[in-house]
Write a protein of this length. Structure first.
Lengths: 255, 255
């Protein structure tokens, strides 16, 4: 459904993405994980066309993304930090987006809007909302037009346990409908019950893209957090091992 | 696009700055017409004020509005909305509000006190300058990344067109006073929309008799049909070119 080919992106001194290749299909729940600044959000923004890649191509349903914005009608995006016009009220924001998108009422998915009880704060201006409430608004907006693809950037960060549980339920429901869902998160326990595929990124490089089952088999761990930790440790271990080898060689040369 | 502009306009009208601007223009022009018995004298005084105030307010208001609606632009970018459409709706919203502000604030007093050719060319010049400096401000805001730099850049540009440029022209005229410079000054005038506006109005009035030989040449040129066409054409270019540049940069920008 989304095909990414040889994406490179450089922000002045920082090489944010290096030769990224990936293929996402319907029904997958792909978790993007990696340290801060590893390029996860940049990759997402490339798919959305907010950041223009230096080179490489992105296809959406086999069509090259190239300036035509119509493909974005099939994407629901929940940003990491939702920023909205300060003076606009919550109700107005929803009304405006519905008006702009012009989607028939029966195709709207207002489940989250009701579950998060956003109707009760419809009169509040966006600037008065707390971070968590803002996050709820972002979540409700991303699901509102029942899109085929959901891109959620740190969806549960800042949400209270109850809201985070509601959101997870909703994600699982959408997963059942065979939608493609991309999630980035640092809370691996949240991803455990949702994800089908894992992408691990580091310093702008895609380290691996695996099914969760094979990851579990390889590491022998059932919990995602432990499996990832094992892989991260494993890499470190092998580096140390190489370092030791070099030291021995150096010593060997001296003698 | 109209829908988007509607929201931009709504946002601007609510901030009440545009209302204050209209009121200011209205009071200044009304009191000037009342103080001077001769309406052409009043227009001369009004011209001096308008040529300073209109470009400055247009630039600063546009720049501040652009940075304040950054969130709105970001939100729209995640929707199926092309960048061109987003920026043009912003431009339409800002320019329509500034233009109507000018046409109400200055237009009504002029229609009451001086509804002649001078009055109408005055309104045309003021309106054109509003659009020109709105375009220029869009260009500088799209280039500069943060608000402080954007406003600084806009002020510098205003300073250049309103003050520095005239100094430069005088310097050139004095240095090369041995050569025939009439054609050159004509070209130099076209390179500054404020000067172009000032001359095209002054030449319609009696004061142009005081301007000597160059004045006679100017009057010959700007008074003719092709001169009017020239003024309108150059003003049009001053509106279109910066806006076109802003669109080009905005399309490639990472947000």
């Amino acid at each position: 459904m989304i095909r990414i080919e040889n994406i490179n992106k450089r922000f002045k001194k920082l090489q944010a993405l290096i030769e990224i290749n990936a293929l996402f299909e319907k029904g997958q729940v792909v978790s993007l994980i990696g340290p801060n600044g590893s390029g996860k959000t940049t990759l997402i923004k490339c798919i959305l066309g907010m950041v223009k890649a230096d080179s490489g191509k992105i296809y959406f349903n086999n069509e090259l993304i190239n300036g035509d914005p119509s493909y974005r009608s099939q994407i629901g995006y929940m940003p990491q930090i939702g920023r909205y016009p300060d003076n606009m009220k919550v109700g107005q924001l929803f009304k405006m987006l519905k008006n702009i998108r012009n989607v028939p009422a029966e195709k709207l998915d207002e489940e989250l809007y009701h579950q998060f009880k956003l109707g009760e704060i419809a009169d509040k201006p966006m600037r008065t909302l707390s971070g968590g409430t803002r996050q709820k608004v972002s979540a409700a907006l991303s699901f509102l037009f029942s899109p085929e693809v959901l891109i959620l950037d740190e969806p549960t960060a800042g949400l209270d346990p109850l809201a985070s549980e509601i959101l997870k339920e909703k994600i699982i429901k959408e997963k059942m409908k065979k939608k493609l869902i991309l999630i980035t998160s640092h809370i691996l326990s949240d991803l455990d019950e949702l994800t089908t595929h894992i992408i691990y990124m580091q310093e702008g490089k895609l380290q691996f893209f695996k099914e969760i089952e094979s990851l579990r088999e390889e590491t022998g761990e059932l919990k995602l957090g432990k499996a990832i930790a094992r892989i991260m440790k494993g890499e470190k271990f092998s580096n140390e091992w190489i370092d030791k080898m070099f030291e021995i060689n150096k010593e060997g040369n001296i003698y | 696009m109209l829908k988007l502009s509607k929201y931009v306009l709504y946002d601007i009208v609510r901030s009440k700055i545009i209302l204050a601007y209209t009121l200011f223009l209205f009071l200044v022009s009304f009191s000037l017409f009342n103080m001077e018995e001769n309406s052409s004298k009043a227009i001369m005084s009004l011209l001096t004020i308008i040529l300073i105030v209109v470009p400055m307010i247009s630039m600063i208001f546009t720049t501040i509005h652009y940075y304040n609606s950054y969130e709105f632009i970001e939100l729209m970018l995640s929707q199926p909305m092309s960048r061109r459409k987003i920026l043009l709706s912003e431009y339409a919203g800002v320019s329509v509000s500034l233009l109507s502000s000018f046409l109400i604030g200055v237009g009504i007093p002029i229609l009451v006190y001086s509804p002649d050719a001078i009055g109408f060319s005055f309104l045309f010049t003021g309106g054109a300058l509003t659009l020109v400096f709105t375009s220029l401000a869009f260009l500088t805001s799209v280039i500069a990344r943060d608000k402080a730099r954007g406003i600084g850049f806009a002020l510098l540009l205003w300073f250049y067109f309103a003050l520095i440029y005239d100094g430069l022209i005088l310097l050139i005229l004095f240095t090369f006073s041995d050569y025939p410079l009439e054609k050159l000054t004509l070209v130099l005038t076209a390179l500054n929309p404020i000067d172009l506006g000032r001359i095209s109005i002054m030449l319609k009035m009696d004061v142009s008799a005081l301007m000597g030989y160059t004045g006679a040449l100017y009057k010959d040129f700007f008074g003719s049909g092709s001169g009017i066409l020239f003024t309108v054409g150059i003003m049009f270019l001053w509106i279109i070119l910066p806006l076109w540049g802003a669109l080009r940069i905005f399309k490639k920008k990472d947000l």
